[in-house]
Design a protein around this ligand. Structure first.
Ligand SMILES: Cc1ncc(COP(=O)(O)O)c(C=O)c1O
Length: 411
């Protein structure tokens, strides 16, 4: 059933960008989400009223900046069901969080001959750091391959063995939209004492997370894909793991004492947050969490699933369109990747842009997946609460327009 348009429009009104671009059809939420006024306002208010350098001074503004930053840590811990705020490390984004895990945990605990097992559906940010560690340590990097719908091929998870130290994968693939089952992989990984790195970049704004219940060892995400600002990301790590990890970046704020030749480091999580922290980013992230809570993740998921199903239906009715990932009757993330016969994705994105429709085209930072699927690029339409079904109809019209421009008749 299609939601009444008014309801969908009302979500759109939370996002000032659509006042500036009233006819914009934004189908690129998976790359970065638009920001609700609640987030923009809170960041503005913080900068106007409370801006100071956190953890560095006794004066009023420094104390207030520290208070807001520390409050953010607790808020994130609560949002993802962590045991304690000490399990939350603020990073620049998901990419930095994954690098932190690889270059701190991986470099310390992966040895020559060990195995790192990652899903072929992974984003480059969950591939390249592991390649680097595998090369440096003489470890073996193995891939878990999937079928056309993004399900792991039979027997693939048996690649997780007693030699495996790390199992890393995306919860939702940004290239295929498939949803991997963290429980299944975590169970297998833990049987052999491996740690699980779950990339929740595409999941965090779309489904509830409870790291404790899931038993995940590490989880990462970016603020900007969940209605928050760029420049702030989160690394969740089980406290006992973070505690034995050496620093990643070094410098101010992550130390206990610095002597001329030696340094002792701060405890967790400050040990991993070198330099002046991005307080307004954390303030924005807190506002984004409040924004999500004000609608409810269940409501968000329901709405997105409706729009995604509608897009799947409409796009699959077009003979010229090939859709990748899960079939229409299966669950998928709020995104659809596809190709249109005879039109390169970049041309398609450019022609759609002429019609005011923003999609993503390219390899989506998943080149190994693209190579495995034997394609070089694809189009991706991704959805959020600010999209409505008429926008999918416009996408379909846009695709037909592009076909016409390229000289195809009858769609
Ligand atoms: C699944 C996935 N992981 C990681 C990332 C990296 O996110 P960021 O660029 O914010 O670090 C992305 C970004 O598109 C993603 O889709």
């Amino acid at each position: 059933m299609v939601e009444p348009r008014m309801r969908q429009e009302s979500y759109k009104s939370f996002f000032p960008i659509f006042e500036q671009h009233p006819s914009l059809i934004y189908l690129d939420h998976a790359a970065t989400s638009q920001k609700p006024s609640m987030v923009i306002e809170r960041m503005r208010q913080y900068l106007e009223e409370s801006n100071g350098s956190p953890h560095r001074g006794a004066h009023l503004l420094s104390v207030e900046a520290t208070r807001q930053y520390d409050y953010g840590r607790g808020k994130v811990a609560e949002f993802i069901g962590a045991n304690s705020e000490r399990e939350i490390v603020f990073t620049k984004n998901a990419t930095e969080a994954l690098n932190l895990i690889a270059f701190s945990y991986g470099r310390t605990f992966v040895d020559s001959g060990d195995e790192i097992v990652i899903a072929i559906t992974s984003h480059h940010s969950n591939i390249v750091p592991w390649q680097q560690i595998a090369k440096e340590k003489g470890a073996i990097l193995k891939y878990l391959y999937v079928d056309q719908e993004g399900d792991f091929l039979p027997g693939e998870i048996d690649k997780i063995t007693p030699r495996t130290k790390i199992v890393a994968f995306p919860w939702i693939s940004n290239g295929l939209g498939c949803i991997h089952d963290p429980e299944r992989l975590t169970k297998r990984a833990h049987e052999f004492g491996a740690v699980v790195v779950l990339d929740a970049a595409q999941a965090i704004a779309h489904m509830p997370v409870d790291v404790k219940e899931m038993g995940i060892d590490f989880l990462v995400f970016s603020g900007h894909k969940m209605y928050g600002p760029t420049g702030v990301g989160v690394l969740y790590g089980k406290y006992e793991l973070l505690e034995v990890m050496p620093p990643f970046l070094t410098g101010g704020d992550m130390i206990e004492y610095v002597e001329e030749q030696e340094t002792t480091f701060a405890t967790v999580p400050e040990r991993f947050e070198a330099g002046t922290q991005h307080v307004e980013g954390v303030v924005g992230l807190v506002a984004a969490i409040d924004f999500i809570a004000s609608i409810g993740l269940e409501e968000i998921a329901l709405k997105e699933q409706r729009i995604t199903k509608y897009a799947m239906k409409k796009l699959s009715e077009l003979k010229c369109v090939q859709i990748y990932g899960p079939k229409i009757d299966k669950d998928r993330g709020a995104l659809v990747t596809f190709n249109v016969e005879g039109i390169h994705p970049h041309d398609m994105a450019t022609l759609l842009d002429q019609k005011g429709i923003a999609i993503r085209a390219g390899h989506h930072c998943t080149q190994p997946l693209m190579k495995y699927l034997e394609i070089t690029a694809s189009c991706r339409a991704s959805f959020s609460i600010y999209n409505y079904v008429e926008e999918i109809d416009a996408l379909v019209e846009g695709i037909l327009y592009a076909r016409e421009v390229f000289g195809y008749v009858n769609g």
